[in-house]
Design a protein. Structure first.
Lengths: 647, 187
């Protein structure tokens, strides 16, 4: 993305003249006092929406309140977090297991909230890991990652994790085509050996557990983004792709030659029928499925060994290519489910396809040849209309539920508002600077809340006090309740938010957990009261079963640990009080600290290497006597005969 | 009189006393509910939480299972309900009166006993407690509110007690009616 910024910077310089010309209709700004009132949330009051912003290269997902833009939490997803022990503790390490081993980071792009009947239901939020293809599920009662599934036969899980209307499936597509199964071939054999896949991962309606249902092998293009149909188009998912040239070097130039690339329209109900009829081939592969067990508070990692794969050449009717200008990025479905809007990033228009026309074209076999056996539909037979002069570099579109669409234009750095049906541009407003995604709460659902749009920008420059070469990220909040968009607020964000989603706060706040009930804690190494606190030695493994409560640990003096021992600190926070976490760490802890919520048990492993006295203490200011919440471990030489003892 | 006896059993369904603690750190509330046969928290976990907080001032932990009164009280309530029904059956004014007076005496003893428990918890503190404020005791008020360090303790009777009051009112009413009925005879 940093390189992309550079390229974009150069491009922008060249395009300044055109940009200025295009920006003729500059937007309105609310008066400072008026804008301040509309984003002000008075002390002790709550925001109207929770916004979930992807962390991009930080691999996490951060939570903000809207309209204030205040940050509430950074949820650990794909990256280790030594602050809490996520990815370090014995319970959470398994969450980051993949077929490439333990991967403690990723590049997270698109958070997507679960839906029922095409509307947000507030149960879970999914987010993709782009680098080592993965999808994570976060439980919206605990705001914690509870599941990560790896996507086999994929490279660059960008077009993910978009959801079907009732969260039947979460989808994935491979941004980089690769040999499937992966093998050692010359890169120049791209056209012959490289393939793409689109994957359908089923989601358990009640528990949310994901399962790799099936994959479809597709011609070797770069699959980019996706959205599922809704209402009349329910049963279909649309994936954009670029590089119809099938270039394998200098894509910047070589993948930008064709006038049109493709949107792959996938009929997943048809694919489901093929799978049920036993037409899918069971292919050997390797991927991990990591699932948090609420009962034991521990992640269970399972290595999976095969996947069901469908071949569209053998089983027709599953996929059709819709020609779309030019290197399309986003593909967005309007709330009625009738229109498919593409963001052709190098195109001078926004093409809008009609689902109804697409079905007619399929029925009438109005094809323009095929690619790898997949029929290519005739552009004019599918097109509903084109938005003219939509700004330069249109990327993504969201909807307000009142008949308007809002498209982000990266190069001209603006949001363009246009009307569905007439395709006329009705308003435009600058963003600061170079907007990527944009977000309206519920803007991808059947019932958007058309009150605000958030611009998620790629370039910050002079918007805030400078902090050296590395700057915070820049977001803007606009009021879209009237005819004209109005800029209300700038707010900094962390990582690099790509996409974001927001949901009315009352849908989540009422379900938010306060504690983990201690009586439901069935962690193998939990202590339910101080009386159970103890130490056990098994060879050179020492297990410390420790309790933490205001303001002491039990045990707090430990002797008989030896150099070379592997010490497991199983710490249970016995508190059942809201917002009383305890921290735990030992001097020289070369793993991470722990942050343990009330009723939770977490384990961290410590390998003492030198004899001596090691203090341990609580790292979260828990009480008036927090400073007293400490203890000592005596570490003796390997051969010493100091007996294991504690109090 | 029958009604008085039956609603007395309703005292099982509601707490007889509330102790609510208010402090800046507890916007969500914190409190104890004292029932005929148990002590619970206002919310799940409040009892453990209060016990935990009380260790700072050296107060003994509250273990409902080791308070004998909570075991005896249900029998007393059931005894009075049955005795009340019998009194209603015999329909003798003096029996009813004896029943009522005994009930009142028992309630007074109960209240005094409750006060003693509160006194014990509030005064009999561990001398090694981390927080020691000279001259400070932590007895919750019987009725009303009192500031105990950062906590404001508010103690009020619960629905259970109101039910017992209704029992007393109904029984008194019954006796009063009996008295009225007697008068014309005597006149």
């Amino acid at each position: 993305m940093k390189n992309a910024k550079l390229v974009v910077g150069i491009l922008t310089t060249f395009l300044v003249g055109i940009v200025l010309y295009n920006c003729s209709g500059s937007g309105e700004s609310a008066s400072a006092e008026d804008a301040a009132k509309r984003v002000y949330v008075k002390p002790g009051s709550y925001d109207e929406f929770y916004a979930f912003m992807s962390g991009g290269f930080n691999g996490q997902l951060s939570v903000y309140g809207l309209p204030s833009g205040r940050m509430l939490k950074n949820i650990s997803v794909f990256s280790q977090n030594p602050e809490t022990g996520y990815g370090y503790s014995e319970e959470s390490k398994g969450m980051l297991m993949t077929s490439y081993g333990f991967i403690p980071w990723d590049d997270s792009h698109h958070p997507v909230l679960s839906k029922t009947n095409g509307e947000q239901d507030g149960k879970w939020i999914f987010i993709n890991g782009n680098n080592t293809p993965r999808i994570a599920r976060i439980d919206l009662r605990s705001f914690e990652t509870v599941e990560i599934i790896e996507i086999p036969n994929s490279a660059g899980n960008h077009g993910s994790p978009f959801l079907t209307e009732n969260t039947e499936y979460v989808v994935a597509s491979t941004r980089f085509s690769v040999p499937i199964p992966n093998k050692d071939v010359p890169i120049s054999t791209y056209k012959e050996n490289f393939k793409g896949t689109v994957s359908f991962i089923s989601v358990d309606k009640h528990k949310g557990d994901m399962k790799m249902a099936f994959q479809i092998v597709v011609p070797g293009l770069n699959y980019d983004l996706a959205h599922a149909g809704k209402g009349p188009s329910h049963g279909w998912v649309f994936f954009t792709s670029y590089n119809s040239e099938q270039a394998n070097t200098l894509l910047e130039i070589n993948a930008s030659q064709n006038d049109k690339d493709f949107i792959a329209a996938v009929n997943w109900k048809k694919a489901e029928e093929y799978v049920k009829a036993g037409k899918a081939q069971k292919v050997k592969t390797e991927y991990y499925h990591n699932l948090y067990n609420e009962n034991t508070q521990t992640t269970e990692s399972q290595k999976m060994n095969d996947v069901l794969v469908l071949d569209p050449e053998k089983y027709p009717g599953m996929i059709y290519y819709i020609p779309t200008p030019k290197s399309p990025h986003g593909v967005d479905i309007d709330p009625s489910g009738k229109y498919i809007v593409a963001g052709g990033k190098l195109s001078s228009v926004i093409p809008v396809h009609s689902f109804e026309k697409m079905i007619k074209a399929i029925d009438g076999k109005l094809f323009d040849g095929n690619l790898g056996g997949i029929p290519i539909l005739k552009y004019d037979e599918v097109l509903a209309g084109e938005v003219i002069n939509p700004g330069l570099g249109p990327l993504h579109t969201e909807f307000d539920g009142k008949g308007y669409a809002y498209t982000s234009a990266f190069l001209s750095s603006e949001i363009v508002k246009w009307k569905l049906g007439t395709w006329e541009v009705v308003d435009r407003i600058p963003t600061y600077y170079s907007i990527g995604h944009l977000m309206i709460p519920g803007g991808d659902s059947k019932k958007p809340s058309g009150k605000y749009v958030v611009a998620l920008n790629k370039i910050t420059k002079d918007r805030y006090l400078p902090t050296g070469p590395e700057l915070t990220q820049s977001a803007q909040l606009y009021d879209i309740s009237g005819d004209k968009m109005q800029l209300l607020l700038d707010f900094p964000t962390i990582g690099e938010p790509h996409y974001a989603q927001a949901i009315p706060a009352d849908l989540l706040a009422k379900n938010s957990k306060k504690i983990y009930p201690i009586e439901k804690n069935n962690h193998k190494h939990a202590v339910k009261s101080e009386k159970e606190a103890r130490i056990e030695r098994k060879g050179n493994e020492v297990h410390v079963y420790m309790s933490a409560t205001r303001s002491h640990f039990k045990p707090d003096n430990i002797e008989g640990i030896k150099v070379g021992d592997k010490v497991y600190w199983h710490v249970t926070n016995l508190e059942q009080d809201w917002d009383i976490p305890h921290g735990f760490t030992v001097k020289g802890m070369n793993n991470s600290e722990l942050l343990i919520m009330p009723g939770q048990t977490k384990t961290i492993v410590w390998n003492p290497t030198k004899a001596g006295i090691y203090p341990f203490y609580c790292t979260d200011f828990c009480s008036a006597l927090h400073q007293e919440m400490q203890g000592y471990v005596r570490v003796s030489d390997a051969g010493s005969n100091v007996k294991l003892s504690f109090n | 009189m029958i009604a008085a006896s039956i609603i007395l059993l309703g005292a099982f369904l509601f707490p007889i006393w509330h102790i609510d603690l208010r402090a800046p750190q507890y916007p969500e509330g914190l409190g104890l509910r004292i029932w005929v046969n148990q002590i619970t928290g206002l919310k799940d976990g409040d009892l453990d939480l209060i016990n935990n907080l009380n260790h700072y001032i050296g107060m003994k932990t509250i273990h409902p299972e080791s308070i004998p009164e909570l075991k005896i009280m249900p029998y007393i309530v059931i005894f009075f309900a049955i005795a009340g029904l019998l009194a209603a059956k015999f329909n003798k004014k003096w029996i009813k009166a004896v029943w009522l007076v005994t009930l009142l005496i028992i309630l007074a003893i109960g209240l005094y006993d409750y006060y003693l428990w509160g006194y014990d918890y509030g005064h009999n503190l561990n001398p090694k407690a981390p927080i020691k404020v000279p001259g400070m005791s932590y007895q919750p008020p019987l009725i009303g509110s009192k500031q105990l360090l950062n906590m404001n303790a508010l103690s009020v009777p619960g629905v259970g007690t109101i039910i017992i009051l209704f029992t007393i009112l109904l029984a008194s009413g019954s006796i009063y009616i009996d008295t009225k009925k007697e008068r014309p005879k005597n006149a």
